[in-house]
Ligand binder design. Structure first.
Ligand SMILES: [Zn+2]
Length: 475
């Protein structure tokens, strides 16, 4: 998911930062901790594996080849020659949708485009109309993208259904596959439009937003062949879903460092973004003695160093980034009088991030005070953490162990559609290793063997899926 600050701006008061003013929504369910050592604990005992009927997915060694071929085919559909760009509601997105619709139908699913442009397929269970396990990811891309981010989850899910269909196998529940039309938020600077529509949390005010060519989202929907007044029809009810599962490339280097094909995601990390402005006094670079200066850029540099140091000493997955700095007036011979910079902070739990943001704000305030700089800090974006459901993590861990692979847990630092889907379903995620952790870049790459391992794990999860206890009546 691309960085796209939302419109909400919460002012942090100068004297009492954060506490009481930053509206961090606490997700409520079990707090997950990231860790490299939790792997062993998650692996089930051998007896339990046999009881789960594992091992029946091993025969599907060729799923990876089919997946890679389709990744390449879909990756050819781009609005720019020589590089992959497929943004929301573009002609090329429509072409991609048609290709995916065909794949879904070939896999034995009924398939349609919903009101926001998501491609939706359904494979009925033993009895028609049963609640579903929903598998999804997105089919839009960033500009100059890699071909795996999003499509791997969609194509793998279809490959799993196709495999069941070839064997004539029906399950006690339906399987639905959704290719979300807008996860990246490139065109209208608002992310997760596809999954928010499905979760029933789509904000209609976005319809008036215009892209960089001045086309409103409402007009773009009409051009795509959709009715903007019927987006509500894309919403699904909680009772229709037993779970939402997503397979996605890791987009980071952790699985590669662990030498593992796949991993169990513990949570999709929430993020807090702040905009900071330090104001000092501009002056002549030659005449103002060092002791009398109020240099805003030197102050910002100290803040940036403090943020990095603070995050580096945290061993529980906290990350902090200053990705934008602007100094004024910006001349070689003038002491910088005003500097703006951004801060992006993420952690595996909301509590952890909230405390870290409070600490960082206190440090920045102290630096500003000591240097006699005035400080303005605004929270420009706040996304709560989406914890993956423990019961789904356990079923994913069993499927991984059943493939003879080590079970390893890791958090997702990037945003995913699960952040929206958690409003109507418990969420589980499987990560697949990508080369060098590179993503949002044409060099993004997944080895065929890893694509295959991911597919076998997802198929294992589906075939051995057990609903959460209070939903077990579908069996
Ligand atoms: Zn993605």
């Amino acid at each position: 998911m691309e960085a796209a600050p939302r419109s909400v701006v919460h002012r942090i008061r100068a004297n009492h930062p954060v506490i009481g003013t930053v509206p961090v929504a606490f997700a409520g369910t079990e707090l997950v901790s990231i860790v490299a050592g939790a792997a062993a604990a998650a692996a089930p005992e051998d007896g339990k594996l046999a009881e789960m009927g594992v091992g029946n997915a091993v025969q599907n060694a060729s799923l990876g080849e089919e997946i890679v071929a389709r990744i390449n085919e879909l990756g050819e559909i781009s609005e720019e020659a020589g590089r992959l760009t497929r943004i929301y509601l573009s002609k090329e997105l429509r072409k991609a949708a048609d290709l995916i619709l065909g794949w879904m139908r070939d896999a034995g699913m009924s398939a349609h485009l919903d009101a926001i442009g998501n491609v939706c397929g359904r494979y009925e269970g033993e009895r028609p109309g049963a609640p579903c396990v929903m598998l999804g990811s997105h089919y839009d891309t960033v500009r100059d993208a890699g071909k795996w981010d999003g499509p791997l989850g969609v194509i793998t899910a279809i490959a799993c259904v196709a495999d069941l269909n070839r064997r004539g196998k029906r399950l006690p529940f339906a399987i639905e596959v959704i290719a979300f039309a807008d996860e990246e938020g490139v065109r209208f600077a608002s992310t997760l439009l596809g999954s928010r529509a499905v979760a029933g949390t789509f904000d209609e005010s976005v319809l008036t937003t215009r892209d960089r060519d001045g086309v409103s989202m409402r007009d773009a929907l009409v051009l795509f062949g959709l009715d903007p007044d019927h987006i509500g029809a894309a919403a699904r009810a909680r009772r229709e879903l037993l779970a939402y599962l997503e397979l996605h490339i890791e987009q980071g280097p952790v699985l590669e460092a662990q030498n593992l094909s796949v991993g169990v995601v513990t949570a999709i990390a929430g993020a807090t973004r702040l905009a900071a402005r330090l104001t000092g006094m501009a002056g002549h670079a030659g005449t103002v003695p060092m002791a009398l200066r109020r240099d805003a850029l030197a102050g910002a540099a100290e803040c940036i160093g403090a943020i990095e140091q603070f995050c580096r000493t945290d061993e529980r997955g906290l990350v902090g980034t200053v990705g934008y700095v602007h100094a004024k007036p910006g001349a070689t011979n003038v002491i910088p009088g005003e500097v703006s910079f951004t801060i992006d902070m993420r952690a595996p739990t909301d509590m952890h991030r909230k405390r870290a943001v409070a600490d960082v704000v206190r440090q920045i305030e102290a630096i500003a005070t000591r240097r006699q700089l005035s400080l303005q800090l605004d929270v420009t974006h706040e996304n709560r953490t989406a914890p993956c459901a423990p019961w789904l993590k356990e079923q994913i861990a069993r499927a991984i162990a059943a493939e003879g692979l080590s079970v390893f847990e890791l958090p997702s630092g990037a945003g995913h559609d699960g952040m929206a889907m958690i409003d109507i379903a418990d969420v589980g995620m499987i990560f697949v290793r990508c080369r060098g952790g590179i993503s949002h870049h044409p060099d993004e790459h997944v080895e065929l063997a890893d694509a295959d391992a991911g597919a076998r794990v997802l198929l294992g999860v589906i075939e051995n899926f057990r609903p959460r206890e209070d939903r077990a009546s579908v069996n």
